[in-house]
Design a protein around this ligand. Structure first.
Ligand SMILES: Cc1cc2nc3c(=O)[nH]c(=O)nc-3n(C[C@H](O)[C@H](O)[C@H](O)COP(=O)(O)OP(=O)(O)OC[C@H]3O[C@@H](n4cnc5c(N)ncnc54)[C@H](O)[C@@H]3O)c2cc1C
Ligand code: FES
Length: 268
């Protein structure tokens, strides 16, 4: 159920440099969202700057009627958000957008995150864990310093295989290389394999190239700048690969797409 309400900040704490966890109270959102969906959060400033609400993926929900986001400070809006104290009320609108499509049939699921792209994938892992579905979770970072210690904060158990570009933690290399080993070493090839991913666009583009080679279905959650978050302004579009539409609205048709729906060639 989509709501527009003032939600209380239950927690807003620093996880690593520049990255925060915020927990908000909203039993409507925590009880109804689908993994991959997002909320628009108002910044509660005096005056009109910044005016627009900012989009954030729902990272996980808890039984006490709260949900959490994990966010990085990149500009004025996220800086203001990081200064929100416990007890403050923020305007939230959601859950919005299209979430991940989880097939009923048994498949081998591989979840692949790059950097902050881990946020929407945590809610997917939470639902798969709740439904006792098995999956592999791969997380790529540039260095060990960028690693977000999600295992310590989640209300469910999550085992993550980490890769770092400089080898300072986990396997050295790009997380997309780990997918290739998962694809090559599929234990139960008859079951079929599905990839779910979120991260920087160049990483998603590379993953799309890999899944095309291995003929493997893949869903990606993408980001773009958003104004309305509700399909009205066309400010968030991505080039479409095929079909009637030339563009896809990330807030309405996404943020989760099948990787073959996006025209990766047009994305630099
Ligand atoms: C569906 C969706 C889910 C998101 N989920 C998360 C999340 O879980 N955690 C998180 O940290 N961030 C998430 N983001 C990105 C987040 O919304 C932006 O970082 C935030 O709006 C920036 O606001 P700001 O005022 O701090 O920065 P601004 O001052 O608006 O911008 C600062 C810089 O960041 C760039 N930027 C702003 N927004 C985006 C964007 N959406 N994509 C790429 N670059 C951008 C700008 O071009 C600029 O260079 C999500 C975005 C979308 C569309
Ligand atoms: S943000 Fe307005 S159409 Fe997507």
């Amino acid at each position: 159920m989509m709501v527009d309400e003032q939600a209380e900040v239950i927690k807003n704490k620093r996880l690593i440099d520049g990255v925060f966890l915020m927990t908000l109270k909203s039993s409507e959102i925590s009880g109804s969202f689908l993994p991959g969906q997002f909320v628009m959060i108002g910044l509660d400033v005096a005056g009109y700057d910044p005016l627009l609400r900012r989009p954030f993926s729902i990272a996980y929900a808890e039984e006490d009627g709260t949900f959490s986001i994990i966010y990085r400070i990149v500009g004025r809006g996220t800086k203001i958000l990081s200064e929100s104290k416990k007890g403050k009320r923020l305007a939230i609108h959601g859950p919005l957008g299209k979430g991940f499509d989880i097939p009923d049939r048994e498949m081998q699921f591989v979840i692949v995150s790059g950097g902050m792209g881990i946020a929407p994938l945590l809610s997917l892992a939470q639902v798969l864990s709740r439904d006792k579905r098995s999956y592999e979770f791969l997380a790529g970072y540039r260095t060990a310093d960028d690693m977000i210690p999600v295992e310590d904060i989640l209300p469910f158990e999550l085992k993550i295989r980490v890769s770092t570009e400089d080898g300072s933690a986990g396997v050295k290399g790009l997380v997309s290389d780990l997918i290739i080993s998962s694809l090559k070493n599929t234990k139960e090839p008859d079951k079929g394999l599905m990839i779910f991913s979120c991260g920087p666009m160049n990483m998603l583009k590379r993953i799309h190239e890999i899944v095309e080679l291995y003929n493997t279905p893949c869903q990606v959650s993408v980001e773009s700048s958003m104004a309305c978050g509700m399909g009205a302004c066309q400010g968030c579009v991505m080039p479409a690969a095929r079909g009637d539409a030339r563009y896809l609205r990330v807030c309405k048709e996404g943020p989760v797409f099948w990787s073959h729906e996006i025209d990766w060639v047009s994305i630099s």
